[in-house]
Design a protein around this ligand. Structure first.
Ligand code: NAD
Ligand code: ZN
Ligand code: ZN
Length: 380
């Protein structure tokens, strides 16, 4: 089958690899109809994340079940499904508590909890930027979708970024009526802002410096803040007569940079601590990971980020972090799509064939104007 394979820093190839197949009686094989390129894939693409050469990438997958193992009881061949990026076993303590992002069984790497498809340090699982994908513990992991092709560009956001955006809002301990500042108008930040709107937020601000992304923020009825126009914290405070916001969401990660492009891993955390009220909450879904040789500076290389903890403590704020447990939210978000309340397809800028993936990565990596969210169609 054809697949997008990591060859080295900014070097991908679309090539033939062995077909995905049933390896365990609880597996299913899914024929991929849509698979997305994610900001998280760029950590690997840019050589920051130490992924092994030859890995098939892709953790945002959906499709139609092609084959099931002998032990699969509920999922049927022909079912249309969304595949959460987390691979849960369904029976460990974390999975039982609804935290599949910290599954204790599926990642064989010593000391690591939580597994994913096509990702560095997240277990030996091939990704779905391919014609077919092997899904372990299929009954537990797969989310059923209505048959057909309707809402394909909405449902494809259910495998990762819609639940992740929702999780960022949840981690901030959001309540209806709260004001929210979202940092990062990439796909995750925009869907965090969309989630806050759906959940009945008061004012929602979205901070970035890319005009096209800020325009999307405006279209979903939130207030764009361009950090190249000056300190984003001050701009938000000015817009609110000096009042801080109730909640903040971090959707940038350790590649946070100033308007000149200089990276400062602590910058957005500092901004959030400043702009959120005392006893308010911060939801951090942008990725920071320890011990990465490609991290921007020595501090980040061992996972340390020197943000303003003193002010965070003085203000008595709380912070929630980590990979999103997709299964916790995806059923509810699917139903919000079906009800017409959620429309995450507004993000989609490009729909490419698998052959065009290399070009799609290059353009998305440069945050090239208009390249917000790239979908790949293996059968297209
Ligand atoms: P992206 O790279 O497309 O978006 C990040 C945006 O942040 C960019 O538009 C960039 O211009 C902006 N930015 C940079 N510096 C900034 C600053 N100082 N202030 C405000 N904005 C700034 O990526 P994405 O796909 O939207 O993902 C965002 C982050 O979320 C990444 O770190 C990704 O790895 C992470 N992520 C986490 C999870 C999870 O489960 N926790 C899941 C998916 C993605
Ligand atoms: Zn993703
Ligand atoms: Zn588990």
């Amino acid at each position: 089958m054809k697949a997008v394979v990591y060859r080295g820093e900014r070097d991908l190839a679309v090539e033939n690899v062995p077909d995905a197949r049933i390896e365990n009686p609880l597996d299913a094989v899914v024929r991929i109809t849509t698979t997305n390129i994610c900001g998280s894939d760029l950590h690997m693409y840019e050589g920051r994340a130490g992924v092994e050469e030859g890995k098939v990438l892709g953790h945002e997958n959906m499709g139609v079940v092609e084959e099931v193992g002998d032990g699969v009881q509920h999922v049927r061949v022909g079912d249309r499904v969304s595949v959460p990026f987390n691979i849960g076993c369904g029976t460990c303590r974390s999975c039982n508590e609804g935290w599949t992002s910290f599954c204790e069984r599926t990642n064989p790497i010593e000391g690591m909890q939580g597994a994913a498809y096509g990702y560095a340090n997240m277990g030996p699982y091939a990704g779905g930027q391919a014609e077919y994908l092997r899904v372990p513990y299929a009954d537990f992991n797969l989310l059923q979708l209505p048959p057909g092709e309707e809402h394909e560009n909405d449902f494809t956001m259910l495998s990762d970024i819609f639940p992740t955006g929702w999780h960022g809002v949840e981690l901030s301990r959001f309540e209806p009526g709260d004001s929210v500042a979202v940092f990062g108008a990439g796909p995750v930040g925009l869907l965090a802002a969309h989630s806050a709107r759906i959940r009945g937020a008061g004012e929602v601000f979205v901070v970035d410096q890319h005009a096209d992304r800020l325009e999307l923020a405006r279209q979903i009825d939130t207030t764009p803040i361009d950090f190249s126009d000056g300190d984003p914290v001050q701009q938000i405070l000015d817009a609110r007569g000096g009042a801080p916001v109730d909640r903040g969401v971090e959707a940038v990660g350790w590649q946070a940079h100033d308007p000149s492009g200089q990276e400062h891993p602590e910058l957005v955390l500092d901004n959030l601590v400043s702009v959120v009220k005392a006893h308010g909450g911060l939801g951090v879904v942008g990725v920071y990971v320890p011990q990465d040789p490609g991290a921007p500076d020595e501090q980040a290389a061992d996972g340390r980020v020197g943000f303003d903890y003193g002010t965070f403590f003085t203000k008595g704020q709380h912070m929630g972090t980590g990979q999103a447990p997709v299964k916790r939210y995806n059923r509810q978000l699917r139903d919000l799509i079906l009800a017409g309340v959620a429309t995450p397809h507004f993000l989609v800028s490009h729909e490419l064939s698998l052959e065009d993936a290399v070009e799609g990565y290059a353009q998305f990596d440069e945050r090239r104007e208009g390249w917000t969210k790239v979908l790949l169609r293996p059968d297209g």
